[in-house]
Design a protein around this ligand. Structure first.
Ligand code: NAP
Length: 522
């Protein structure tokens, strides 16, 4: 497939303009590619900066990396995998599953690997996007789909002296497997979802493990176990059994919305499960005190582990809570004046989330710069997907589509369904552009913040990465996943400004609705 094209001088060279360019091959990019492929007449390409698919599941290879949502639910609804070896998929197996989907649905031929996007520019006159790569290769497309993910940019701690450390240092999402841990003195900074998987996996290998905790997480037991070969045969032979498993998990997770969103006071009761987990796992009273959070469970992401607490009691493991004052050439100096000499620092400090910007430049109508807008006001979109000022631009896993209670793949499938409807409508009607109105986006975001203000994420008395520094929670979806599913089943044309090829603009999408239903009836 040759994609090197000359910049069109004007409209009329539609053969050179793709229907869509997708950026990224995580779960969202793969799902979008599969749905386009199934449509048969959508001309698209997927650009991937790396040499393989998988997004966050390709990048996070740290020891112990696994999902904290059960595999039967953490997979595409249309591609159940009867071969999962455990209730909670491990990184390698999830990545294999993603590669399996890419091959089964024949989308690898649409992916251009090792292609990093530098900037994307909307051509207002002609209604298409120009996508420019680091190698200055240019693609033109009618619709641009950003699927670069919410957890793709590692967040490095801003600690004085970090750059002067002379030992080894790496982020949990950029693990250096060539570095041997045997007999080393190691510092882990952070006690989030990644750290609680890393710590039990490396504690037996290293000489000394110093865990630097700023805020303890609430952790509940992980109901993990092997899925037996007989169970796997049953799932293969009777797929509805796996469907029942998935449905049970789905509804159990949806139930959590009652506590997290609707009745936050219920979380105090649920907290007892986590308190019991601490009491059952740890003997040392001083350690118990150190690792017991002082905020309500659910305010930060609820974590799961059966090994983390018991690992903390090992003789070579220390939990340090005094706060890091500075990183020196040889270790970490804490606020109590103590110096902790180490060979390796692992920064398990998470990702750029609430403050995250697009990893490439996005220039929309009238030269509007998405990153400047988001930097100033925090990220905002309509249904987490469309942004005013950026016609024919769709973002997957965008603002307020994250989940505190269930599998992100549910949200991804809903957004992809929505994006597909938009791309098909633009193509079917030969629209020049489709842009969400300022009013619709404003109304939607007021609703999001109003609903989020009553949740445990706002009232639980914690500081979390769900919130932007302006106080808004621009990360989470404040409801059941079935509500998002219903709202993204089809797009509300009245919320969009539509521009036809001859420059007419109208708000009323009634014509499209009629055309769509007419095409079903004929
Ligand atoms: P995280 O949950 O954001 O945790 C980062 C940790 O680093 C926190 O404990 C944070 O402390 C600490 N930290 C940050 N800056 C620091 C500093 N300057 N000094 C000291 N401590 C600092 O990051 P993560 O563990 O990588 O997980 C991120 C997200 O990835 C998760 O919430 C989840 O969505 C996803 N994830 C999922 C799985 C899974 O099983 N599905 C596994 C791993 C990750 P504070 O709490 O005080 O800020």
């Amino acid at each position: 497939m040759s994609n090197k094209v000359e910049e069109p001088s004007g409209w009329g060279k539609s053969d050179k303009i793709l229907d869509a360019v997708i950026i990224g091959t995580g779960f969202a990019g793969i799902c979008m590619g599969i749905r386009f492929k199934q449509e048969k007449d959508i001309n698209f390409i997927i650009l991937e900066k790396s040499n393989g698919v998988g997004g966050t599941w390709r990048d996070n290879t740290y020891p112990g990396a696994a999902c904290d949502v059960q595999s039967h639910l953490y997979s595409f609804s249309f591609e159940p995998n009867p071969n999962w070896s455990r209730m909670f998929g491990v990184q390698k197996e999830i990545l294999e599953y993603m590669n399996h989907c890419v091959d089964k649905y024949n989308i690898r031929e649409h992916i251009q690997f090792n292609t990093s996007v530098k900037g994307t520019y909307y051509d207002e006159k002609n209604g298409f996007w120009r996508v420019v790569t680091n190698e200055n290769e240019i693609f033109f497309c009618r619709t641009l789909i950003s699927a670069t993910g919410g957890l793709s940019q590692p967040s490095y701690p801003k600690i004085k002296g970090l750059e002067q450390f002379q030992g080894k240092i790496f982020h949990s999402a950029r693990w250096d497997h060539n570095y041997s841990l045997e007999g080393k003195k190691v510092a882990v900074i952070g006690t989030g979802a990644s750290a609680i998987q890393i710590v039990p996996s490396i504690a037996n290998k290293v000489k000394e493990l110093n865990l630097f905790q700023r805020t303890p997480p609430w952790i509940i037991p992980k109901p993990d176990r092997e899925i037996t070969p007989n169970e796997r045969i049953l799932f293969k032979t009777f797929p509805f059994l796996q469907y029942i498993e998935r449905s049970k998990l789905y509804w159990a997770f949806e139930f959590r919305v009652l506590g997290l969103v609707l009745y936050p006071e219920l979380m105090k009761q649920f907290q007892k499960t986590a308190e019991l987990h601490i009491n059952n796992s740890i003997q040392n009273e001083e350690l118990k005190r150190k690792i017991t959070p002082d905020y309500t469970i659910g305010c930060k992401r609820i974590l799961m582990s059966n090994e983390y607490y018991t690992t903390l009691e090992k003789s070579n493991v220390s939990v340090i809570t005094n706060g890091i004052q500075e990183i020196t050439k040889t270790g970490l100096l804490t606020l109590d004046g103590k110096h902790h000499e180490v060979d390796l620092i692992i920064t398990a400090t998470g990702f750029e989330t609430a403050e995250a910007l697009s990893p490439y430049e996005v220039i929309g109508r009238e030269g509007k710069n998405l990153n400047s807008i988001w930097e100033k006001n925090g990220s905002e979109a309509y249904l987490g997907t469309s942004i005013h000022g950026f016609p024919n631009f769709l973002i997957l896993v965008g603002p307020n589509t994250g989940l505190g209670h269930s599998s992100m793949i549910l949200m991804i499938e809903s957004q992809v369904q929505y994006a597909l409807e938009v791309v098909k409508a633009i193509k079917r009607n030969s629209w020049k552009s489709m842009e969400v109105t300022n009013e619709a986006q404003f109304r939607y975001n007021i609703e999001m913040q109003r609903r989020l203000s009553k949740t445990i994420w706002s009232s639980g008395n914690c500081k979390s990465w769900y919130h932007h520094s302006n106080g808004k929670n621009n990360t989470l979806w404040p409801s059941f996943t079935f509500e998002f599913m219903a709202r993204t089943l089809t797009f509300a044309p009245d919320d969009y400004l539509i521009e036809t090829q001859n420059g007419e603009k109208h708000l009323d999408g009634a014509l499209d609705v009629i055309a769509r239903y007419a095409s079903v009836l004929v």
